[in-house]
Design a protein around this ligand. Sequence first.
Ligand code: PEP
Length: 257
Amino acid sequence: MKTNVKTLIAGNWKMYKTLAQAEKLADRLADRLADKLPADREVLLLPPFTALGAVAFSLKDANRFLLGAQNFYPAQEGAFTGEIAPFMLQDLGCTHALAGHSERRHVLGETDGLISRKVAFGLQAGLHMILCIGETLDQRKQGKVEHVLKGQLLLGLTEAKDAAVAPETLSIAYEPVWAIGTGEVAKPSDILSAHAVIRKTLEEMFLDCGGKIRILYGGSVKPDNAAAILCLDNVNGVLVGGASLQDDSFAAIAAAV
Ligand code: PEP
């Protein structure tokens, strides 16, 4: 199933890029993709917080480029030292944000409860939220993929479900933990079956609207595998880490057909 919304090519820059490097990368991407981005696609850049303002400036005239944050704290404002609120991100031009990335779950210890609060708060604040889910290698070996994906979806969307979400403002990224940053991409059959489980669960949760929620694949997407992934059923975009840090590789992924 392909949704009517545009295919999303998202680049997660993680904790990389100084200000000057970020500006250069955004400028080069806008240049490279000015006339090469297929009409049905949008590009989302997710720089570190420190580079959001500069990247917003670089992208101000770039067509179909969007800006997003890798994280935020789910509160309007307050005594939360070191944290950033959604409205501060929107002030800088962000329209999108991630929640539940595996590095935040597994390195920083974020729980499904906090992730659920972030998704609901971000949506209510007017951000397009991308909820990341995915199984570890052990869970896959134990045959628990479907169980893990359903569980992370149900828990991650618990609070959003009650908040009358417009499906266009929510995306899910399927990112098997064992494929992130390892160079080991999931097989097309694994992506197809995981995305089918996600689609079915979304339809159970949101009825007809579940069919309109974008499902992205993430995990070692590179220029040489992007086209084959993007044409799969229920794949409505990709979330790219390592290969989004260079303009030539990310532009090649965004333009891959
Ligand atoms: C990610 O960080 O979301 C990711 C998928 O990384 P990589 O493309 O490097 O595997």
